[in-house]
Each structure stands twice: as C-alpha cells, then as structure tokens.
Design a protein around this ligand. Sequence first.
Ligand code: 5AD
Ligand code: SF4
Length: 454
Amino acid sequence: MATNAEKKKLYIKTWGCQMNVYDSHRMADILRPLGYEVAEEPDNADMVILNTCHIREKATDKVFSDLGRLRPIKDKSAKDGKKVLFAVAGCVAQAEGDFILERAPYVDMVFGPQTYHALPEMIIKATGERVVNTDFPVDSKFDKLPSEHDSQGVAAYLSIQEGCDKFCTFCVVPYTRGAEYSRTAQEIIEEAKAMVDNGTKEITLLGQNVNAFHGDGPDGSTWGLGKLIEAIHEIDGLERIRYSTSHPRDMDDELIEAHALPKVMPFLHLPVQSGSDKILEAMNRKHTSDHYREIIAKLRKARKDIVFSSDFIVAFPGETEADFEDTMQLVRDIDFASCYSFKYSARPGTPAANMQGLIHDKIATERLARLQALLNDQQKAFNENCIGMTLPVLLDRKGKRDGQLQGRSPFNQSVYVQANERLKDQIVDVKITHGFDKSLSGEIVTGETVLAAE
Ligand code: 5AD
Ligand code: SF4
C-alpha cells in the first residue's frame, strides 16, 4: 500500500451512462493501491481522467473543450517540475483514440472501456511515453479487476455483461463497447454477496444490453437474467434488485416472471425508441410497436404495480408526421412514469449515418418538444398520483437542503425528506406529501421518525 507521503490526487470526470459511472468507480478502485485518492476538483490533480461517452451529439467536441479548459493545470505543474497525467477513457477514446492524440498532444493516455484493468501498466509507461490502448482483448477485463467495493454504497451497481450485438442502426455501442460478453453466474453471485456483506442493500445489475445476459451457471447450463435474479434474490440482507438497460427482444418469460419476486423493484427502463413499425425496422430494432405493447402487458400481469420508463429518438431519417404520431400514440397507450427522449443525431460509422431522408432540424425540434410535453405530463401525473401513498425509500444520500436526505422510491423517483443524518443508508417509510415534475417529497412515518425528530 502507498504511504501518506505518496498520496496523489485523481480527478475523474464522467459522462454518459451508468456503465461509465461504474467504470469510473472501478478505475478509482484500481488506482487506489497506487496511492491515488479521488478529488472532487481538478486543481492540483496528479492525474486527470475524462471518462467519455460517444452516444449522442458533439461528444468529441466536448472532450476537446474540457481538455483545453484543464490544460493549464498540467502546464502549471510542469513549471514546478511535476508531471500531471492526462487520460481520455471510455467510448470517445475507443472511437477516436488516434485523433485525440493528434489534436491534443498533451494527452498522455487514451484507452477504451475494455482495457482499463491495464491502467497501472499504462501509468508506468506514460511517465515515459504516450499510450494508446483501444484493443478488445479476448479475455475479460472483469477477471483482472480488484474485487473490493470501496467506492460502492448502500445502493450499488454490479456489472454483469458488457457490449452489444444488436446493431441498432443509429448506435455506436456495438462498435465502441464490442461484442456481447456475459460474466459467469457464480462470479456475479459471489460479488453480490460480498457487496451485501459490505452494507449494500440495493443492487442494480448493469450492462449495455443487460437482459441479453447469458452467463455460465453453476449447474453447467447457461443462465438468463431471470434465473440470475432468482439466485440473487436469495441473498439475505439484500433488499432491492434493479437492472438496466434492457432490450425488448430479450424480455423472455423467465425474466418477466422474475418481476413477481418481492425484492425486484416495480420499475423497468425498457427503451422502445419509436412507435412506428417502419422506423423500428429502419432502426433494426427487430421488434414492432405491438410486440412492445405485449411485453408491457405481460409485465403488468406478472407485477401489478410495475411502472415503466423508456428512451425515444425522434426525427430518425425518414420519419414522417404519421410515424411520429405512432410514437405519440404508443406513449399514450403505455403511460410512462419517466422517460428520456432525444433528437436523432448521426454517429459516424453507423448505418443510419448514410441513410436518406434526413429530417430538418426545425421539425425535429418541434417533434421533440411535443413528445417531451406529453412525457412530462405523464411523469407529473404519476408523481402527483403518489401523494398520500406511503412508500419505502432507501435514503442513500444527502438532500439539496440542510437537514434533508434523499433516496429512491420503488418506482425510481427521487424522494426528499427532512431526516436525521443517522437515517442515511436506511430504508424508511415515507408518506408522500408533494409530487413535483421530477421528484417527490414527504414525511417519514416509520418508527425512525423518533430519531429524525431528535
Ligand atoms: N441519436 C440520438 N439518440 C441516440 N441514442 C443512441 N444513439 C443515438 C443517436 N445516434 C439514445 C437512444 C438510447 C439512449 C441511450 O441514447 O435512445 O437508448
Ligand atoms: Fe445500442 Fe441498440 Fe445495443 Fe442498445 S440495443 S446498445 S441502442 S445497439
């Protein structure tokens, strides 16, 4: 272990999905034994990592603008004879590694999501020469990661699969994250148990295409996500299970049935992207809008109180007003609890980038506004409908105001309560008093109220 004298400051900025957040935590875990401590601010850092996301617009521009902003830290330290390491990680690094090194010669390291287990070696090399590592190694990065969970809390992520073989025509993930790869069920179960021993109460199973999971089971058969959830559900002390992000095609019956298990939270993020079958086909989603409706109906049958969120892309090439109206109709039919929606933006190298029928930005903007108005109305109505309900909330962080704690309802809403700090990391019953656009607030009604009132 490093001694105090060797302590170094590590600044990591993370963009994008939960997988990137997870990766950043693991990079911090890997670098901790080398003496690196995570700092909230980049000033005086010894190493700066930009963990990037390539999924939507202007990702590369944002990286260069941040690099430019952070560069003075490096220059200033160089004058004092100290080398600050600059690294670009994640999907932009994977896709544009050489370009980054060319345009930002002061960057020492560029590495893709599959290679960060090699960070210690990369650091040693980078003190002498510049490093690019964007391979897709045959053996898994999971095998080489330390298994501590120092940076994981009461609500923690557990990565179970990576990559994607779906090749939706708009998406860079199959190119930046590589082919679908699942860990073994045994490894995951052991890791989940270790996390629970360390105080984790809620586990979110994570993967780019998490329900494509097909890991080797301890019985020699291949397990799907439903079976894995059943096994994890057995772990004493674990109270909540979630998973993200799923593809409709991989919602098999076993997984749908797993939603009846009490620890599985009644909330599912299930991206649909569009309600038009013509657009879904052009997107290579391999499902229709009715197929999506059927899956939702089955899930509602398995778990009465389940609610849904989704992702939408508007103005995909060729989207007519009628196609867009099909999306609006799907939204009206399903009634979502919360959603993300985006204007289509071409990602170089993806099939959709070469498609005809680009939609004018003015129309795209207007459609997005209409969709978001509907989605916001649904979210607000859902939140207001929770007023008067008593919901168990896992208070995993401080709230925005003094004396406030914040957590998630079973339906994944952020909930704010006035509460004694000792209630942090507990699941408490909260009577909801207010439903806002994006969150709820309420009062604690469990026995712990006594503590909160002290
Ligand atoms: N343009 C717009 N949105 C995109 N997404 C992925 N690629 C693109 C793109 N090229 C959205 C999808 C996906 C979410 C993570 O990002 O809706 O589900
Ligand atoms: Fe991208 Fe489609 Fe794979 Fe999701 S399922 S990561 S949108 S290719």
